[in-house]
Write a protein that binds this ligand. Sequence first.
Ligand SMILES: *[C@@H]1O[C@H](CO)[C@@H](O)[C@H](O)[C@H]1NC(C)=O
Ligand SMILES: *[C@@H]1O[C@H](CO)[C@@H](O)[C@H](O)[C@H]1NC(C)=O
Ligand SMILES: *[C@@H]1O[C@H](CO)[C@@H](O)[C@H](O)[C@H]1NC(C)=O
Ligand SMILES: *[C@@H]1O[C@H](CO)[C@@H](O)[C@H](O)[C@H]1NC(C)=O
Ligand SMILES: *[C@@H]1O[C@H](CO)[C@@H](O)[C@H](O)[C@H]1NC(C)=O
Length: 367
Amino acid sequence: MNMKSHIWYSIVVYVIVLSLEGKSRVFGEPRAPCYFIFGDSLSDNGNNNNLVTRAKANYIPYGIDFPEGTTRRFSNGGNVVDFIAEKLNFSNYIPPFMNTRGFNIAQGVNYASGAAGIRKETGRAQGQVISMDEQLRNHNLIIRQIRQSMRNNDSATMTYLKQCLYMVEIGSNDYLNNYYVPSFYPTSSLFSTQEYANVLIQQLSSQLKSLYCKGARKIATFGVGLLGCTPYARATFETNGSPCVDNINDATQLFNIGLKSLVDQLNSRYNDAKFTMIDVAQISTVQPPNQGQIISDVPCCEVQSDNVQCVPFGRVCGNRSGYLFYDGVHQTAFGYEGLANRSFIAQFPNDTYPCDIQQLVQLKLPS
Ligand SMILES: *[C@@H]1O[C@H](CO)[C@@H](O)[C@H](O)[C@H]1NC(C)=O
Ligand SMILES: *[C@@H]1O[C@H](CO)[C@@H](O)[C@H](O)[C@H]1NC(C)=O
Ligand SMILES: *[C@@H]1O[C@H](CO)[C@@H](O)[C@H](O)[C@H]1NC(C)=O
Ligand SMILES: *[C@@H]1O[C@H](CO)[C@@H](O)[C@H](O)[C@H]1NC(C)=O
Ligand SMILES: *[C@@H]1O[C@H](CO)[C@@H](O)[C@H](O)[C@H]1NC(C)=O
């Protein structure tokens, strides 16, 4: 490019940038009119309450810092989903599928279930669970109701569903509540860690495609975090002198690598949709500066003998903003807020791939 055309190019770019800025000032930032959530205990806000399962957070000290009190969320306060709903300017948190009474379901529903996984059997050792496939079936029931409210107009329903944000946060339990519990699940004797990552990604791929067929066009998928660094894993497995259980992190990293390439594949296959990955493991690897000393190796609450959930009415730490983990596997509201912040607006280039949630909801897709 010679100098003259370079200057011309700069002017064109400058004009485009100016007009984009002007536009967003005039019309305000667009946000998703609706938000649907699929996932596990990081996102569950009450779907497990009436199930026969140990994976419930309907007792103190869960929710002690939440305005609504003990809220069935696996945290002292809100979870990632709640903080993202706040950033999207929703006037209320997204209701759980199990109890949508009094809420406008057209604004979104949360299908997430503690202990759930991509695989159907995941989490069964804890009791009943709503697997990813069942969550998708529950979404069909909600879509049917939305369609009825639109006088059974299929094209209007589809046009509406295409504007929503969809979040899929699943996979951790396929490791901690399946592969790494060989006494109950056979997967670790059937698959190497690479094979297991492959079968999980394959199944997630059909789940995401099915979500696309149900009208989803803006889909944020969450990678699996550093499960080997959770207080539960550190207390349960051999660390061999390392701060974390490295073989667990190595196994989940294979899943994350697979998810990244799945996102690429889906984006090139469906040009009227956008998939992005929130790299939870990467986010927890790079600590932002000026956060003070965060305790991340022990939980804030007193945990039960299996090192997973809080003891009912047990002790809790005084400064919940000084701890990353609330119980053995779930983060404090402070931790979830940090994750939500960096999912919404990436703080480092690799926090999200290829875009963050704010860019995703603002994206104009070809119809
Ligand atoms: C939410 O509202 C705030 C102020 O009320 C505004 O600055 C922000 O851009 C809005 N966010 C979205 C995603 O619309
Ligand atoms: C369905 O909704 C669309 C708007 O999305 C409208 O153009 C169309 O006329 C509606 N069809 C019927 C049968 O009402
Ligand atoms: C809680 O801990 C954080 C991180 O160490 C620190 O920045 C904050 O000041 C503490 N808050 C209180 C009230 O002690
Ligand atoms: C998240 O972002 C908000 C501002 O958008 C900030 O006030 C808050 O401290 C951040 N939280 C964490 C844990 O980084
Ligand atoms: C970000 O990702 C790229 C490619 O995936 C890698 O080369 C780079 O080292 C990563 N950066 C950080 C800060 O981790």
